[in-house]
Every structure is written in C-alpha cells, then in structure tokens.
Design a protein around this ligand. Structure first.
Ligand code: APR
Length: 251
C-alpha cells in the first residue's frame, strides 16, 4: 500500500465529526464473502433472484430461511478485522457515525455504534405476515455451530399470528428500514469528513449518500482496492484493503 497523502492524514486527525459508509468489502477480510467480487462473491454461488427477493420467499421460504440462517451461523465463527477495530478506536477521538449496507454485526462486535443498518441485519427477525418482531434468541440453531452447507429448515412460526418468521434483511425491491436512509443522509450532511469503505456503489439509495457530501464540499475518501461508481465523487481514493488502510489512516 502506498504512503498516505500527508494532507489526508492531517484531515483524518483533525476531523471532529466523521461519517463512514461501509459495504461488503469492509467485512471481506473477516472472511465474509462480498456480493459482486468475481469468483468469491456470494452471488457467484447463489443468484440474488433465488434468495434475496420477496418472490423467492413466497416460492420457497424454507430455502431462503435456511440460507440466511446459514449465513448468520457462519458469522458467529468470524471476527471483526483490523479495519473494524480501527473505526471503533477512532470513536474515542472524534464523533464517528457508522452507516452500513452490511447485515453482519462485525462493526458492533468491534465496539462501534452503528447509526443505521441500511439493508437490515442477519440477526433481527420478524413475522413475514404481521411484522411482529421475533427475538433472535428463539431462532433455533443460531448458536455457534459448525456451518456446513445450508440444510433445509422450516422458519419459526410467529407466536402472534402463526405466520412464518423471516430475517429482517432488506430484499431487492423492498423499502429500507423506517428512518435509516434519513439518519444516514443527516449524518453525511453534518460530517467534516466522509469515508466510503468497501462498497461498489451500485445499489441505490445507499450509493446516493456520498453524493450528498460531495454536493456540500465535504471531503470524501474512498477506501477500496478498486475503482468504483463512487470514485469520481471522491476527493481521495485510497487503493488498498480496508483492514490495511484504516489502521494507517485513522488516529
Ligand atoms: N477492503 C475494501 N474494499 C474491498 C475489499 C477489502 N478488503 N475487498 C473487496 N472490496 C470492495 C470491492 O472492490 C467492491 O467494490 O468491496 C466492494 C464490494 O462491493 P459489493 O460486493 O457490490 O458489495 P456492496 O457494495 O456492499 O453491495 C451493496 O448490494 O447485494 C446488495 O444488499 C446487498 O448491501 C449489499 C449491496
């Protein structure tokens, strides 16, 4: 990784309010597959249409439930990486607002507070019929088990209406959680510095958030080994892996 621009380092050290928008690349070095990296991307094995849509749930709730349960179990074995930990430490020096597209809990397990999970969480559940929240502690098999290939399992039944319980993850075509995008937009608008880490910037409306900063002249730093759709809107492009770059960028 090249040396970081001294002006960027000074900016990172002086920023008082920072908003960090993260995507799947933030968790890649913890072993969580990204969505679109060729070959390793999660969708390389399953197509989004098969699993992350309301239609897929209607067609085969057991398949969709089993896949999400398997992903949640996988995560129980994984750990936050040095990038997650660097962001958590930074919160001791500045007001750091994390807005993530990730449905994992690695930011929280590293010690960060997450202002918004724009695409929901693997560890939150609700009834697919009446919407009643369903406690994760009651989800069978969400204990640390050796994640093998997904087995077919029936989703739990809602104690309120008997409907099938689903993961509270935002599926393609669904609305984001109430207020999440607004909190993200406010956090970007009030920041001295915006970091965009590990996202291809291809999925709206999350990808519109860095443009709010760019439109207000708030410095935007992209941390990603590759160019993305957001690169043209960034003031700095740190072409490196987040677990390597963030500990060197952040105080
Ligand atoms: N450090 C930083 N960035 C990385 C790393 C890494 N170690 N490894 C990969 N990346 C970058 C890739 O270059 C890519 O730009 O992370 C990005 C991952 O992009 P996607 O796989 O498209 O993931 P993301 O942008 O989070 O997808 C957004 O799409 O499928 C939906 O809901 C899903 O939240 C997801 C959304």
């Amino acid at each position: 990784m090249d040396d970081l621009d001294p002006e960027l380092l000074a900016l990172a050290r002086s920023a008082r309010t920072v908003t960090v928008l993260t995507g799947a690349g933030m968790s890649a070095e913890s072993g969580v597959p990204t969505f679109r990296d060729a070959g390793t991307g999660l969708w390389a094995r399953w197509s989004p249409e098969e699993l992350a849509t309301p239609e897929a749930w209607e067609a085969d709730p057991e398949l969709v439930w089993s896949w999400y349960l398997w992903r949640a179990r996988q995560l129980r074995r994984l750990r936050p990486n040095a990038g997650h930990r660097a962001l958590a430490r930074w919160a001791g020096r500045a007001r750091v607002q994390v807005v993530t597209q990730n449905v994992d809990d690695l930011h929280e397990r590293a010690g960060s507070e997450v202002l918004a999970h724009l695409h929901g969480s693997l560890f939150a559940f609700r009834c697919s019929a009446c919407g009643a929240p369903f406690p994760g502690a009651l989800v069978p098999g969400l204990s640390p088990v050796d994640p093998e290939e997904p087995t077919r399992e029936r989703p739990p039944m809602c104690p309120v209406c008997g409907g099938a319980v689903r993961p509270s993850v935002v599926w393609f075509g669904e609305l984001l959680p109430e207020g999440a995008l607004e909190r993200g937009a406010d956090a970007v608008a009030e920041a001295d510095l915006v970091l965009v880490v590990g996202t291809s910037g291809l999925v709206q409306p999350a990808a519109s958030l860095p443009l709010i900063a760019a439109g207000r002249g708030i410095p935007v730093v992209e941390v990603n080994p590759e160019d993305t759709a957001l690169t043209p809107h960034a003031d700095w492009a740190v072409r490196a892996r987040s677990a390597e770059a963030l500990p060197r960028l952040l105080p």
